[in-house]
Design a protein around this ligand. Structure first.
Ligand code: TTP
Ligand code: MG
Length: 358
C-alpha cells in the first residue's frame, strides 16, 4: 500500500524563538551560539535567522567567522530551557495530528498520515492546518514535506525553506530527486560527498544510475542503502521512541508539610494529574517514580516497575503511596512529584508487580 508521510521542521528554530520572545529582533540578522567576544572567541554558531544566512552565516560555523561576516548581527547565547519548552509545545501539536508520530530532533518530526487522509491533496490541506496551528498557538513558522516515504519527505521539507510546503507524489518522485545534490540525502555528509564527487557523482539521479556493485565495493552495505535512497526507495517506518519519553508532575508546597494525611492527599492529586496527561496522550506506563524533597533540600527518588503496561489511575495512586510512605514519618517535606515512564501506545490493564528497586 502507498504510504503518505509528512515531515515537519521548524524554520531557524532557536533564532525564531528568540525573535518571537523579543519582537524588536524581527527582520534582523540574529545569531544564536557562543559569545563572539569581538571575533576572538572559539565556539560555534548553533543557528541563525534567515536574515543572517544572507551574509553566509550557518549552523556549525566558527562564531569568530560569523562575527567577521556580519559584526552588526545580534549575537545571543543558547537558552536551551526556553527552546526545550517550546519544543514540547510544538511536538504536542504535531502529535495531535497523527498516532504514528516520531520526533527526530528538537524541532522536527515525522507523521505517518496514510490512515488519516485519502490522498496527497488532503495531505497538503492537513499540512496547512499544522502550519496554521503552529503559527496561531506558538507564533512560529515551519516547513513541511509530504511524500511516500520518510527519506523523500525530509528532503521535501527542506526544499522550499522557510515557510515551505512541498508535496512529492509517487509518480513525480524520481523527477523531484534527480537534479538534487547527493548531499541532500540523509546520511551523506561532507566526506561521503567528496568520495562520490571523485567518482563523478554529483546529483541524486547520477547516484541512482551508478553501478551498485562498484558502490558496495566503496562503501560496503551503506553503498547499497545509498542507491536505494537515491532511487526513492525507503520502507523505514515512523515509530515513536516512547522508551525515552516520560510524563511527570511535581508540586512544591508554599509551606513545608509533615502531616501524613495531607501528604497522601497531595500525592493523590498529583497522581490524577499525571494520569490525565497519560490518558490524553494515549499512553500506558510500566514504571512509576516518586520524588520527595525534604525541607533541607535533600531529594530522593523511588521507582517501581510493573510486569505489564497499564493506564489505571488506582495503580498510580497505590504504587506512589507505597513508594513515598517511608518519607511520610513526621519529617517536613517541600516537594512531591510523580513520574510515569516506559510508556507505550498499547493499552493493557494488567498490574502484576514485577520488581522493586530504589
Ligand atoms: P535545524 O532544523 O537543522 O536548523 P534550524 O531550525 O535552525 O534552521 P532550518 O531548519 O530553517 O534550516 O536545527 C534545529 C535546531 O538545532 C537549530 O535551531 C539549532 C540546533 N542546532 C545546533 O545547535 N547545531 C547545529 O549544528 C544544528 C544544525 C542545529
Ligand atoms: Mg529546523
Amino acid at each position: 500500500m502507498n504510504r503518505i508521510i509528512l515531515h515537519v521542521d521548524m524554520d531557524s528554530f532557536y533564532a525564531s524563538v528568540e525573535q518571537r520572545e523579543n519582537p524588536a529582533l524581527k527582520g534582523l540578522p540574529v545569531v544564536v551560539g557562543a559569545d563572539p567576544k569581538n571575533g576572538m572567541a572559539r565556539g560555534v554558531v548553533s543557528t541563525c535567522s534567515y536574515e543572517a544566512r544572507s551574509y553566509g552565516i550557518h549552523s556549525g560555523m566558527p562564531i569568530s567567522r560569523a562575527f567577521k561576516l556580519c559584526p552588526d548581527a545580534v549575537f545571543l547565547p543558547v537558552n536551551m530551557k526556553l527552546y526545550s519548552d517550546v519544543s514540547l509545545n510544538i511536538m504536542k501539536i504535531f502529535r495531535s495530528f497523527a498516532d504514528k508520530f516520531q520526533q527526530v530532533s528538537v524541532d522536527e518530526a515525522y507523521l505517518d498520515i496514510s490512515d488519516i487522509v485519502h490522498d496527497f491533496k488532503e495531505a497538503e490541506a492537513l499540512g496547512h492546518q499544522i502550519k496554521s496551528l503552529i503559527k496561531t498557538r506558538e507564533n512560529l513558522t515551519c516547513s513541511i514535506g509530504i511524500a511516500p516515504n520518510k527519506s523523500v519527505a525530509k528532503i521535501a521539507s527542506d526544499f522550499n525553506k522557510p515557510e515551505g510546503m512541498t508535496v512529492v507524489e509517487p509518480d513525480r518522485m524520481i523527477e523531484f530527486l534527480e537534479p538534487l545534490e547527493v548531499r541532500k540525502l540523509s546520511g551523506i555528509g561532507k566526506k561521503n560527498e567528496e568520495i562520490l564527487h571523485s567518482f563523478g557523482i554529483r546529483t541524486i539521479g547520477q547516484l541512482a544510475d551508478f553501478n551498485e556493485r562498484k558502490l558496495t565495493d566503496i562503501f560496503g552495505k551503506w553503498g547499497k542503502k545509498m542507491i536505494k535512497l537515491a532511487r526513492g526507495l525507503d520502507d523505514s517506518e515512523v515509530i515513536e521512541r516512547s522508551d525515552t519519553k516520560s510524563i511527570s508532575k511535581e508540586r512544591t508546597f508554599s509551606k513545608d508539610i509533615a502531616d501524613q494525611i495531607l501528604l497522601d492527599d497531595y500525592l493523590d492529586n498529583i497522581a490524577e494529574k499525571v494520569h490525565n496527561e497519560l490518558v490524553h496522550e494515549g499512553y500506558s506506563f510500566r514504571t512509576v517514580s516518586v520524588k520527595v524533597r525534604q525541607e533541607d533540600f535533600t531529594t530522593y527518588t523511588r521507582a517501581l516497575t510493573l510486569d505489564n503496561h497499564t493506564q489505571d489511575l488506582g495503580s498510580i495512586k497505590r504504587l506512589s503511596r507505597e513508594l513515598a510512605t517511608e518519607f511520610f514519618d513526621g519529617r517536613k517535606i517541600r516537594l512531591l512529584g510523580i513520574k510515569l515512564s516506559q510508556l507505550s501506545k498499547k493499552k493493557n490493564t494488567q498490574t502484576t508487580l514485577d520488581n522493586f528497586f530504589s
